[in-house]
Design a protein around this ligand. Structure first.
Ligand code: ATP
Ligand code: MG
Ligand code: MG
Ligand code: MG
Length: 473
């Protein structure tokens, strides 16, 4: 019997409820009272108030399914089997209550008990921090894992620089030899490495130290547990899908993209990347807009603008030259409705925002692509091999082309790109922005100005560059 994604999510919450946890609903993707974060990027990000002691929870055992956005993985989306910009993290937390032993035992029970997920224990590998003898002992002696299934990994230590920190232990599922192909060029193709064959599914963090500003560690007065399991990855295993995208979470969206583009998923590797990027990005857009973020030129809004533009460009690769992303919003809403009714409830509003943004981008994109194609044709005619950094910058600056997409188009045409030249232009832009900023009397003025600037002549200020570099790394 194959579980649906909704059943897997619910099963996780039911399991931890049976272990005395209270279930917290997913928080908004937009952080509340936390200027340090652009997006909620993990389950624990919403638990900070409990971990730092500013709020005492009703029950020290908490579990949740938390929608999360990570822009650091954007380059991986569609290329690896397992990364999204928006994904769900299933988490159980102990605020000074249970610790390593229970966290490990319950994780194991949930994954392997036939009453719950029922994975074959032979398929599971774990990593531990080399100095964490206790975690290693629990895995070997109490759980009974064979020694070659417990791998020491030096960077299994969760640390934000100051504050609560501690070793972690990660659980991997061996998807088998047939996944070697996918991981063939991957230097991490071994248990405990991160790749398609040994799929990282769950991170158990044992938060037991206070990292002090003088760089020493002292034991915390109470020890906490923070875990995060990727729902999409679990579902890919359970539904025997080659990647996260061939699951019930993404296939309905992909089917709609097939209908709108007239192209077939699975018929061409490059096109498949585009299907996946679109299916991924529309989820982020729909959920983030539903949570109150809007595309704009700054911060969070700028991330949405970039996501939308990337999705539009991938639509173009599938031959879709008009606004179409907004038509995917109801599908995203339906797929997620059982746990996240908010998207379907607000679908008209979300569709309007997406459509408007798409249409504005199409106007400029067509101009930009014409220019790029002209330049590329010209270079080829002259037997030149490199696309000038100035051109890449101009497309970025004037037309709002994501840099990596310009590079992709150029590379598809067999041309090298002048990264250095582009960096020089970016640096000069940064200097100009800095100079401009120092002459502004207040941020208020700058914000007011930005509001008036059309997409056609995008102002790319310093803040944007930071977000952009976050998107590109
Ligand atoms: P990876 O190494 O695969 O990028 P991670 O080590 O950065 O993952 P953690 O911070 O440990 O991830 O998050 C806990 C779990 O959340 C991971 O084990 C994984 O199952 C899931 N996860 C993390 N990032 C993503 C993502 N971008 N898309 C989908 N699932 C993710
Ligand atoms: Mg990661
Ligand atoms: Mg990892
Ligand atoms: Mg991890």
């Amino acid at each position: 019997k194959q579980l649906t994604s909704a059943q897997v999510r619910q099963m996780y919450l039911d399991f931890f409820k049976s272990k005395g946890h209270m279930i917290e609903p997913s928080a908004s993707l937009v952080p509340v009272n936390d200027p340090s974060l652009l997006w909620i990027n993990s389950g624990v990000a919403t638990m900070k108030k409990y971990f730092d002691g500013s709020v005492t929870p009703e029950n020290p055992r908490i579990a949740n399914a938390q929608k999360s956005i990570r822009t650091n993985d954007i380059e991986n989306v569609g290329k690896t089997a397992r990364h999204h910009t928006m994904f769900e993290m299933l988490g159980n937390f102990s605020i000074g209550d249970y610790f390593k032993k229970e966290a490990i035992e319950w994780a194991w029970e949930f994954l392997t008990s036939p009453e719950w997920i029922g994975f074959d224990p032979d398929k599971l590998y774990v990593t531990v921090y080399p100095e964490d003898a206790e975690a290693k002992r629990i895995w070997l002696e109490e759980i009974g894992l064979p020694t070659d299934h417990v791998v020491e990994v030096a960077d299994n230590f969760w640390d934000l620089g100051v504050g609560p920190s501690g070793p972690d232990s990660e659980i991997f599922y061996d998807r088998g030899e047939s996944f070697n192909d996918l991981a063939e060029d991957d230097p991490e193709n071994y248990p405990g490495g991160e790749n398609e064959r040994y799929l990282e599914i769950w991170n158990l963090v044992f938060s037991e130290f206070n990292h002090k500003p003088d760089n020493t560690y002292e034991p915390l007065p109470h020890q906490n547990i923070d875990t995060g399991m990727g729902l999409e990855r679990m579902v890919s295993i359970i539904q025997d899908a080659p990647t996260n995208f061939e699951t019930d979470l993404f296939l309905p969206i992909i089917a709609k993209v097939e209908e709108l583009s007239g192209k077939k998923y699975g018929s061409d590797k490059l096109m498949d990347v585009s299907f996946k990027v679109i299916a991924d990005h529309i989820r982020s857009l729909a959920f983030a807009i539903g949570d109150g973020a809007l595309p704009s030129n700054e911060g969070r809004g700028y991330v949405l603008r970039r996501l939308l533009r990337r999705a539009v460009m991938h639509g173009k690769k599938l031959g879709v030259n008009e606004a179409f992303l907004y038509k995917l919003v109801p599908i995203v809403g339906e797929v997620m409705v059982s746990y996240y009714p908010e998207v379907l409830q607000q679908k008209d509003f979300i569709q309007k925002v997406v459509r408007n943004e798409e249409e504005r981008f199409h106007e400029t994109i067509n101009e930009g692509l014409t220019m790029l194609n002209d330049v590329l044709a010209d270079l080829k005619a002259k037997n030149e091999t490199t696309l000038d950094g100035k051109v890449i910058f101009k497309l970025y600056d004037t037309f709002g082309f994501p840099v990596e997409l310009t590079e992709e188009v150029a590379e598809d045409e067999g041309l090298k790109v002048d990264h250095e030249g582009f960096e020089v232009e970016m640096q000069a832009q940064k200097e100009r922005a800095r100079a401009a900023r120092s002459t502004e009397t207040s941020m208020g003025v700058q914000t007011a100005l930005l509001g008036d600037i059309k997409v056609q002549s995008e102002f790319v200020g310093y803040d944007h560059l930071e977000v952009e570099s976050q998107l590109l790394t």
